[in-house]
Ligand binder design. Sequence first.
Ligand SMILES: [Zn+2]
Length: 257
Amino acid sequence: MNHPPRTPSCTPSRTPSRRQVLTTAATTLAAGALAGCAGSTSGPTAEAGTQVPNAAATTTLVADGKQAMERLMAGNARFVAAQEQDLDEGIARRVAVSKGQHPFATILGCVDSRVPIELVFDQGLGDLVVVRSAGGALDRSVTGSIEFGIAELHTPLLMVLGHQRCGALDATIKAVDAGRRTSAAGSLDYLVDTLAPAVRQVTGKPGDRLTNAVQANVTLTLTKLRQSPVISPLEKSGKLKLIAAYYELDTGRVVLL
Ligand SMILES: [Zn+2]
């Protein structure tokens, strides 16, 4: 069944939130351009005959991180049960979000083709800020992308999502065991170096080593993100919820760590 498109939101068209005030003017200007919100009346318009939905009647914005979590987990339950709603990706939704965006969660996940974030949580256009890197490897670019979702797009929830049988962590385990970096050209060694601390942390511990490494990497990543001057004050003030989670390839379930 179709569910109604949600109201888009755009920085210039609403009262600045306290969170917006926390950001620097320079960042806000750059982010506004990135978000496509700088000129909500000058962007692409609907094709002739396309009806833009009545925004006021269809608002289902989340109030806080708790509500965002409930919405994510409800979507995952639909995904697990193969009872997905029609994703918000139809023409009306596409037109609506072209004017602005108001995603409700920022999620860092792996590039694994079996873990497409919007599908796993049964969400549509404009719902999620998704940052992906192999193994969820955290570097400055990934951190900045996450901060963008939180500080500029105002998502009240940040989730770091590891997953079962992650190939990037598995390759890192092999490299660490061999006492060498990968033999591949390019930047794969950079990934191994970034993920290796999680592997070393679980070496010699009971249980499945790869599962342990994936979950340790999620925890280490969250610890690092908590040191961000953008993320830390928002979490401490209760405006941002941080969640560690793990996706089971076998079941489709997302479990909280
Ligand atoms: Zn992976």
